[in-house]
Design a protein around this ligand. Sequence first.
Ligand code: ZN
Length: 115
Amino acid sequence: MDTTTLIRVIAGLIFFAIILAIPLTAGILIGKDANARGMNGLGWGIGVFAVFIVFLPLYFVVRKPLLSQVPQYSAPSFPPVTPVIGYCTNCGSPLPVGSRFCSGCGTTTSKPPVT
Ligand SMILES: [Zn+2]
């Protein structure tokens, strides 16, 4: 088993643990709450846990795409305007925001962008 496979297995287990931890926590909390009220804590806890296990995957199946992923309008045909923070001291090419090197000559920008 190589390192990449091992990392994927571990990541999968962590993801699975998180998925399980949410209904488990909710089930335990509601179970304790039900016990404190003289109700069937074990039954309510298992019930909440079971419903979560059913509805959590169901949610990921039936949920709609994010609004930001749904195209609201047709994309503009022209390229987006890149804000320019300055010009290369060596060749005078405009330097867009976030550039560390001049795209024209490769000179390191005099003012590196703060991250
Ligand atoms: Zn340049």
